[in-house]
Design a protein around this ligand. Structure first.
Ligand code: FAD
Length: 410
């Protein structure tokens, strides 16, 4: 239900300290991370999520917690531990113990093992749907106002922050509004926040696979003439396929019968991981680099995909966003201790100062890897391959790969 534009100024609004628009991976993580502040400062927090949450066994996907699996960096694991969420997440987290990188048409392969870097795992692969379940289970325990399914139809600056008009007819006025809508709602544009958008002309095709051989925690990366192809280890011996196609060419692959799909995949990837036996539902995601030109305004912060949508080549989107979540909470904590309100310019300025460099570096690194795909140079293949499977998961490894990609290291 679209509210008439004048009603947002006039309708009685319920005051809240923080309103989070979007209860996806990022919005839900933020709500969980706010728990100590909610208790300590008696903050009133509202989360507004447009899509109903899927029930166990439900065929419907919530947009954020869909069929994808995400490569989760060690740093993100530590953040989840800090939030008391890792124990729940760990049940479905498959450690990445080694990476095997190869390029079709080239001899040899590169192998990276967690042991060589003295880490237990190079990262973890977690189904988004499972992360969603763990996050939302925690949210249900917190004293916050949960509006779901309800969408924020419009928002406008008010006296004490932003006023939000919800599709269920309610109106909120929030000291701090966090836009974590994945860039899906059009609200950012209506607020006049421009984004820089660069389509990659690529589509990521993802699916779950059953493979004849145990994966043993190995993530595979293979460059093919059609685009890079990654296989990530999942629990239960399954693997997650991320197969990049040029825009337009994915439709045919999506339409193939299961057996033809498996055959084509086997031909593209080879036998290294064993025989591909079964494939689950296939999904495709068009890929673009989208960066918001503003991420804070008085009373407003933009997080997650709303702030930066990246190519999954480096598996960094959510890892970067989670660091943003933790930094926002740290800025809020410092500001509240200092008697500031959550939407205060000083609080958001502090947040922006914490984020700026990390965001800039990750976007540049991730975009740089995508650009490297087109360059046929043996020294570059390792860097782009490791990035693709999300293995800028380890700081030193990322730095080494980035240095190599920049031609600083051989
Ligand atoms: C193929 C693929 C693979 C990826 N792999 C990785 C990986 O391995 N590692 C990694 O770190 N990242 C990865 N990413 C990136 C990661 O998926 C995103 O960073 C993450 O999903 C962003 O979450 P979000 O909560 O910001 O946005 P979303 O997931 O889009 O969630 C936004 C939420 O807001 C809700 N919403 C929208 N509009 C409104 C409204 N008006 N009112 C209320 N609610 C609203 C939506 O219903 C949704 O639930 C991958 C991305 C892709 C496409």
């Amino acid at each position: 239900m679209q509210m008439p534009s004048h009603s947002i100024d006039q309708a009685p609004a319920r005051p809240v300290d923080i309103a989070i628009i979007g209860g996806g991976l990022v919005g839900a993580s933020l709500a969980c991370a706010l728990a100590p502040l909610i208790h300590r400062h008696r903050l009133e927090v509202a989360v507004i999520e447009a899509a109903p949450l899927p029930q166990a066994g439900d065929g419907d996907w919530q947009p954020s917690f869909d069929a994808r699996a995400s490569a989760i960096a060690q740093g993100s694991r530590l953040h989840f531990e800090q939030l008391g969420l890792w124990e729940g997440m760990a049940r479905e987290a498959e450690p990445i113990r080694r990476i095997h990188i190869s390029e079709r048409g080239r001899l040899g392969a590169t192998r990276l093992a967690a042991g060589e870097l003295s880490v237990e795992a190079l990262g973890y692969v977690l189904p988004n749907a499972w992360m969603g379940r763990v996050l939302h289970r925690r949210l249900a325990e917190l004293p916050l106002a949960w509006h779901c399914p309800a969408r924020v139809e419009s928002m406008a600056p008010g006296e004490r922050g932003y006023r939000l008009a919800l599709s269920d007819g309610q109106c909120l006025e929030a000291g701090l509004t966090v836009l974590a809508d994945g860039g899906r709602s059009g609200l950012k544009e209506r607020l006049g926040i421009d984004s820089r958008a660069t389509p990659y002309d690529q589509v990521a095709l993802i699916a779950n696979l059953e493979v004849s051989r145990p994966h043993g925690g190995t993530a595979y990366e293979r460059f093919t003439p059609q685009g890079p192809l990654a296989l990530l280890p999942l629990t239960g011996g399954r693997m997650e396929l991320v197969w990049t196609h040029a825009v337009g060419s994915e439709a045919e692959t999506l339409a193939l019968s299961d057996s033809d799909f498996l055959w084509r995949l086997q031909r593209a990837f080879g036998d290294r991981a064993g025989r591909f036996r079964r494939v689950g539902q296939r999904h495709s995601y068009p890929l673009s680099l989208i960066t918001a030109r503003e991420t804070v305004r008085p009373g407003l912060a933009v997080l997650g995909n709303a702030a930066h949508a990246l190519h999954p080549v480096a598996g960094q989107g959510f890892n970067l966003a989670l660091r943003g979540v933790m930094d926002l909470v740290a800025s809020l904590e410092a500001g509240l201790a200092d008697g500031q309100s959550p939407g205060a310019t000083t609080v958001l300025g502090d947040f922006e100062a914490r984020r700026d460099r990390d965001r800039h570096n990750v976007i540049r690194f991730s975009d740089g890897l995508v650009r490297l795909f087109g360059i046929d140079h043996p020294l570059l293949s390792h860097a782009r391959a490791a990035g693709l499977i999300g293995l800028n998961l380890v700081g030193p490894l990322r730095r080494a790969l980035a240095r190599r990609a920049m031609g600083l290291e051989r």
